[in-house]
Ligand binder design. Structure first.
Ligand SMILES: C[S@@+](CC[C@H](N)C(=O)[O-])C[C@H]1O[C@@H](n2cnc3c(N)ncnc32)[C@H](O)[C@@H]1O
Length: 212
């Protein structure tokens, strides 16, 4: 596993444009094989998404690293993630930021991720089963917000929960999705910048999917 992880980091991260030493260290530390179903563990360090059950996926390592690098997190910052899924991206954020709040619509996934993150001793990651369109108002404002499911447009509630000086990174769109970086200047001015074409699962609106 360690060899496969090293190969993934050298080839798919350093071999492309991942240069941030803290992001590379986080990707080297977090055991991705623990976040994928047992029968897929051999594939944990391939650079592609994998199914995690309930129709959802864990994102490919390069995208996790790319988005984490783009947010340029500082160790004292507070981050909100929408779409906990397996909890892997949350663990990477937990290595880079001070506190991580992560919201997942499918309660069974949230419960599974919360259990694994506790087992791996991530006491700075807090998860909740809720609709991410509403963000997590009780812990706002956030220095950074990361969406790992694609809404048709960036929800206003999330922009409102971004601190002045904050960054929000999201895949946005329906048929065609683009990665959008939104920055809130200290005076509240919003600036957006569109980067890559991407493919994420849609950010579903509405009813929670309960756990067992
Ligand atoms: C690509 S997966 C996330 C991958 C995850 N970050 C990881 O590291 O495994 C997208 C997740 O967003 C969740 N999701 C979709 N719509 C949502 C919503 N409205 N609120 C919260 N989570 C949502 C899905 O259930 C799914 O688990």
């Amino acid at each position: 596993m360690e060899d496969r992880k090293r190969h993934m980091i050298e080839r798919h991260l350093k071999g492309r444009d991942i240069t941030d030493a803290r992001v590379l260290a986080a990707m080297a530390k977090v055991p991705r094989e623990r976040f994928v179903p047992e029968h897929l563990r051999d594939e944990a360090y391939g650079d592609y998404p994998l199914p995690i059950g309930l129709g959802q996926t864990i994102s490919q390592p390069y995208i996790v690293a790319y988005m984490s690098q783009a947010l340029a997190l500082r160790p004292d910052e507070k981050v909100l993630e929408i779409g906990t899924g397996s909890g892997y991206q949350a663990a990477i954020l937990g290595e880079l930021a001070g506190e991580v709040y992560s919201v997942e619509l499918v309660c069974e996934l949230q419960q599974r991720a919360a259990g694994l993150l506790a087992e791996l001793k991530y006491t700075n990651i807090h998860t909740r089963c809720a609709d991410g369109y509403a963000g997590w108002a009780g812990h706002a404002p956030f220095d950074a917000i990361l969406l790992t499911a694609a809404p048709p447009e960036i929800p206003q509630a999330l922009i409102d929960q971004l601190a002045p000086g904050g960054r929000l990174l999201a895949p946005v769109g329906v048929a065609l999705q683009r990665l959008v970086m939104l920055r809130k200047d200290p005076d509240g001015t919003i600036r957006t910048e569109i980067t890559h074409d991407v493919r994420f699962v849609p950010m579903v609106r509405g009813a929670l999917v309960p756990g067992q």
